[in-house]
Design a protein around this ligand. Structure first.
Ligand code: HEC
Ligand code: HEC
Length: 278
């Protein structure tokens, strides 16, 4: 467990554009009950069978630690009787076991920035109530990352690069679907996409879970940051200044409202470039 090696019936998955969480690394896993598969009507969230488990473990690489990692928490979503249950487990000091944590916690951690400088962070494990602030559509808890278009990328499996959608179909966890027809959510860090595509993809993953119809922010503002909302309906145009201001804050009024304590320099630069070009 402490080497984060999943059991044989558990599949690691990767996202084209992931959520930023204070520069933590993440391992994402999916486990379906034996003999079941996901079905996909389009490039968005698939239908998950009863008993599906989605897990995400947050850690910082630490070459001096025994496993090379400072593992902090493992978050779970488990589908039971049609509803998703959310919980997080905090790893103990020896990184051998993790325990249910409902009230959140602050954990001191460190990471290396892109220019090699060691930085410290007071990483925040969310409370149980905070899970549903982000993971909700109206009053129901929903998964956010594994939209098929966000999974439609090349990944390394058994030593070669394969399309992740086709890999899921091959191992029987996804019912056959034409991966060419699903579209791809751009990788926000990939310069081969335009600034517009990258910024919209970044905001889709980092903002739209609150800023969409049925999300938390929907009660307060009509700003909709979902990738496929046509530009004129997003209200980005009339909120340019506010967006640019609020992504620079770390205290009151900060955006994203939850899930970060430090600024994401690279993401902020991208949004600012995008807004300047509008
Ligand atoms: C700041 C918003 C936010 C909070 C708070 C949050 N999540 Fe998430 N979570 C996300 C986003 C966005 C993704 C998908 C992107 C990714 O995996 O990088 C995600 C992914 C996950 C996944 C992988 C499956 C999926 O839905 O993509 C699990 C499991 C999960 N979260 C559980 C939890 C639990 C349990 C809590 C509370 C302890 C929690 N999350 C709190 C935003 C949040
Ligand atoms: C965890 C939920 C959550 C996330 C994630 C989030 N927001 Fe918000 N946002 C809110 C809420 C709630 C409000 C309304 C209350 C307020 O203004 O603080 C809001 C308000 C705003 C406003 C003011 C809107 C207006 O009409 O004046 C802007 C701009 C904004 N958010 C931008 C962003 C951006 C950009 C991101 C992603 C980088 C983001 N938000 C991520 C919850 C969130």
């Amino acid at each position: 467990m402490r080497n984060l090696e999943p059991a044989s019936d558990v599949t690691i998955y990767e996202l084209s554009s992931p959520l930023f969480t204070d520069y933590a690394s993440k391992q994402r896993l999916i486990k379906l009950p034996k003999g079941t598969a996901m079905t996909a009507p389009d490039g968005k969230l698939p239908e998950f069978p009863e008993g599906t488990i989605l897990a995400k473990t947050f850690y910082y690489d630490r070459p001096d630690a025994p496993q090379g990692k400072h593992i902090i928490e493992t978050r779970l979503l488990i589908k039971d009787e049609g509803n998703w249950n959310a919980a997080t487990y905090r790893w103990n000091e020896l990184k051998q076991e993790a325990h249910l944590l409902k009230d959140g916690a602050r954990v001191n951690a460190s990471y290396r920035s892109s220019n090699g400088v060691e930085k410290t962070v007071g990483y925040l494990i969310p409370t149980e109530a905070e899970c549903s602030s982000c993971h909700r559509t109206n009053s129901r808890i929903v998964p956010l990352g594994p939209e098929l278009r966000n999974l439609n990328i090349g990944v390394s499996k058994r030593g070669r690069i394969v399309n992740q959608i086709n890999y899921f179909i091959d191992i029987g966890i996804l019912n056959p679907v034409d991966n060419q027809a699903l579209g791809v959510l751009p990788n926000w860090a990939d310069n081969r996409f335009t600034i517009d595509e990258r910024a919209r993809a970044y905001m889709h993953v980092n903002c739209s879970h609150c800023h969409n119809s049925g999300g938390w922010a929907d009660d307060f503002t009509s700003l909709d940051l979902t990738y496929d909302t046509p530009f004129d309906e997003t209200r980005i145009g009339s909120r340019k200044k506010r967006i640019a201001e609020r992504i620079m804050l770390t205290g009151d009024g900060k955006m994203p409202r939850l899930g970060t304590t430090v600024l994401h320099t690279e993401g902020i630069q991208l949004i600012r470039d995008y807004i300047e070009g509008l």
